[in-house]
Design a protein around this ligand. Structure first.
Ligand code: BGC
Length: 600
């Protein structure tokens, strides 16, 4: 009796607390809506269109445009850095923010960055495994921590908005952006999307969190034959079933923005797809945040059609600003664009600026700078590397390696380059082949773990045939976006590993040396023969700055726990039709199924 009375009292308190919290939330939201409406009433058409415009900080007249064209946001991808140090970046963005605040209405700027695996545009930041590796960890708590660190390091370099996470569901491994997505599994993507959005945004208004962007809406990874920006020929049920679910989660978790994708859906450009952007996302899912265009979306995908379809912020970069601003104005004048549409777009932008607390705290916090690339952050990245490794083969228990092994030869340029191990979107858009600041390589980790002799043979020409074990690191060179599409004219990429890399394995394997192969790649590749020839085979994805994490598992300080986020192909012919050996297409039996992964 006593017990149930006690429970009743606790419940009442909890309920009161809960409803108070909800009421506080609603009243805060109601106040924001009032402020948005009041501010909107004061705005001229030019000021409204300005809020919808996004420019780069180094473009000609950027500073002037912020005040004369009432720019709403600034984007940083690559190109001239805003300074040599994080303080330099903060100073530059503070300077631009002051300009925005000096305008008639003083509306603060949003600063956006492609921080897709850490604040990867700043050399010295912590770089995490790309999303495909995080998919292999299946660890939502870890993904949340990673997103929170990325948010903090982004804030520390002056940003309050990230263009992440990519929540695509890749259907064909030929697509050059497979690694930007968590998994081919909708369920796993949903789980990690929730974690990522919470990690990036927190309560949205803290000094260490940022606004996140779910991208790219929709069908980016499900184009026929995996062509970036190609045609997605799925029907609405298929889109609903496989692709929309992660967006529903993102919206439920209050994601601030969604980016439109380059592809068409059944012949209609996604940027101009009113049924999907407005009816499905904004109205159907109750999304009250910002829909941002992708690169030069206005001039590339239908000008005012994209505004009418529901795009709110336009990446008006590379000479697009004038055309966009004048084009929308002309649309209002000839009534092909309704002012109500512009008002809706501006309300969404202002709403997020209020939610982020930008009107009270528009400037970056210099005290965060010391946390960029900190040991605590790198420890989490190293944990992510360890948990992302998937053991595909371990014959005769060659692994874990004993630390007492007399001589180990480490083969392959990927073993000795933090750039190569990190993939695209690392320091530069297309990545780097060089070592970069603060990072450790796979070779560094092996040297640290082993108590014996470790020699390095870059291209298997050094004939260290007296070695007891060869650790051979092979893989893809960095790429981003269409540059990574297999079959694209811009590259020679294949679904298989290069002949040179095949030879690395053959050279040591033919001498009877135990071979442990580590594959660094942004997607599963056709390596059936190489798996056969090696004693142990590990999929290491694109691991980022903490290469040392690999050896910590190879030498048994930690066990393997990663599982395949994609089904693994058997042969090149698996790719002759629209999709790869995706688990949806049961007609192709993969070499390893989604979820496969051995342990010690
Ligand atoms: C990519 C986006 C990215 C944008 C800004 C585009 O080309 O598709 O993912 O956020 O550029 O850099």
């Amino acid at each position: 009796m006593k017990n149930s009375y006690f429970k009743y009292v606790v419940c009442c308190f909890l309920l009161i607390g809960f409803s108070c919290k909800n009421e506080m939330k609603t009243s805060k939201e109601a106040q924001i809506e009032q402020k948005v409406d009041a501010l909107l009433k004061l705005m001229t058409l030019e000021e409204k269109i300005g809020q919808m415009s996004q420019i780069r900080h180094f473009e000609e007249d950027a500073d002037v445009h912020i005040t004369t064209k009432f720019i709403g946001s600034v984007i940083h991808t690559q190109g001239p850095n805003p300074g040599k140090t994080a303080l330099g970046w903060q100073k530059r963005f503070t300077e631009l923010q002051h300009k925005a605040l000096s305008t008639r209405l003083g509306i603060p700027l949003l600063f956006a960055v492609d921080a897709v695996h850490g604040q990867n545009t700043f050399e010295g930041a912590t770089i995490f495994p790309h999303n495909i590796g995080l998919g292999a960890t299946q660890n939502a708590e870890l993904v949340k921590q990673i997103a929170a660190i990325t948010a903090l390091e982004s804030q520390a370099t002056g940003f309050n908005w990230v263009f992440a996470p990519c929540i695509a569901i890749p259907f064909n491994e030929k697509w050059g952006r497979v690694y930007e997505a968590f998994s081919e599994s909708t369920e796993l993507t949903e789980k990690l999307t929730k974690a990522a959005v919470n990690g990036y945004q927190g309560a949205l208004s803290e000094a260490t969190t940022v606004m996140a962007t779910a991208k790219h809406f929709i069908g980016d990874g499900a184009t026929d034959f995996g062509i970036e920006g190609g045609e997605t020929s799925l029907n609405s049920e298929q889109i609903q079933e496989r692709l929309l679910a992660p967006y529903k989660i993102a919206v439920k978790e209050n994601i601030g923005a969604v980016m439109a994708s380059f592809n068409t859906v059944t012949g209609i450009s996604m940027h101009a797809h009113k049924a999907l952007i407005t009816d499905t996302l904004k109205v159907g899912m109750n999304f009250d945040g910002i829909v941002v265009s992708d690169w030069k979306g206005y001039s590339r995908f239908g000008k005012n059609d994209i505004i009418n379809a529901g795009i709110d912020v336009v990446m008006a970069v590379d000479g697009d600003l004038e055309g966009f601003q004048e084009g929308v104005k002309a649309g209002i004048q000839d009534q092909t664009v309704k002012i109500a549409r512009i008002d809706d777009a501006v309300k969404r932008i202002l709403r997020q600026k209020f939610r982020l607390g930008l009107f009270e705290n528009p400037f970056p916090d210099a005290s965060l700078i010391s946390e960029i690339g900190s040991k605590a952050h790198r420890d989490i990245a190293r944990q992510a590397v360890r948990e992302s490794l998937v053991l595909l083969k371990n014959e005769k228990n060659v692994l874990p390696l004993s630390k007492e092994i007399k001589k180990i030869v480490v083969v392959g340029e990927h073993a000795n380059s933090s750039g190569l191990q990190s993939g695209g979107w690392t320091v530069n858009w297309q990545g780097t082949k060089e070592n970069y600041k603060g990072a450790s390589t796979i070779l560094d980790g092996i040297k640290k773990q082993s108590k014996g002799e470790v020699v390095y043979d870059k291209d298997a020409t050094q004939k260290h045939f007296d070695a007891d074990v060869a650790i051979i690191v092979i893989g893809e060179i960095p790429y981003a976006e269409f540059f990574g599409d297999i079959g694209h004219e811009s590259n020679q990429l294949k679904l298989t590993v290069t002949e040179a890399h095949q030879k690395y394995i053959k050279t040591y394997q033919e001498k009877g040396i135990k071979t442990v192969v580590v594959l660094v790649s942004g997607r599963p590749l056709v390596v059936t023969n190489q798996i056969e020839k090696s004693d142990a085979f590990i999929a290491a994805w694109l691991l980022g700055s903490e290469g040392e994490g690999v050896a910590e598992v190879l030498f048994g300080d930690f066990n393997f726990s990663g599982t395949l986020p994609h089904s693994w192909p058997k042969g090149v012919k698996d790719y002759q039709s629209k999709y790869g050996p995706n688990f949806w297409d049961q007609s192709k039996e993969p070499l390893f199924k989604f979820g496969y992964g051995l342990t010690y």
